[in-house]
Design a protein around this ligand. Sequence first.
Ligand SMILES: [Cu+2]
Length: 114
Amino acid sequence: MKKTILSVFSFLFIGMGVKAQQLETTTFTVYGNCGMCERTIEGALGEKDGVTEADWDRETHQMTITYDPKKISIDEVKEKITAKGYDTDTHRATDKAYNGLPGCCKYERPETKE
Ligand SMILES: [Cu+2]
């Protein structure tokens, strides 16, 4: 009986190890300007979505995330950010979402390509 419990546990640990190895880290641009933006942008993503780390830099506008590609795609990550009103390098927030931002957060939007 004890042995069974032990092997179940070691299976769990092996499973966790494999999972940890499959996390990916990537960096992309998110437009924004202040500390409040930082909290909103980083807060748009959570561990329940498969994002274990999210860090946005106010100066460089670079967003670095560590995520589980089995749980979330980079497109979905960006959609969560644009839903809060922030444009990314490839995805654009709706005007409605952007207009809903507090005044201090109305960053200068990148020009549209079309
Ligand atoms: Cu802001």
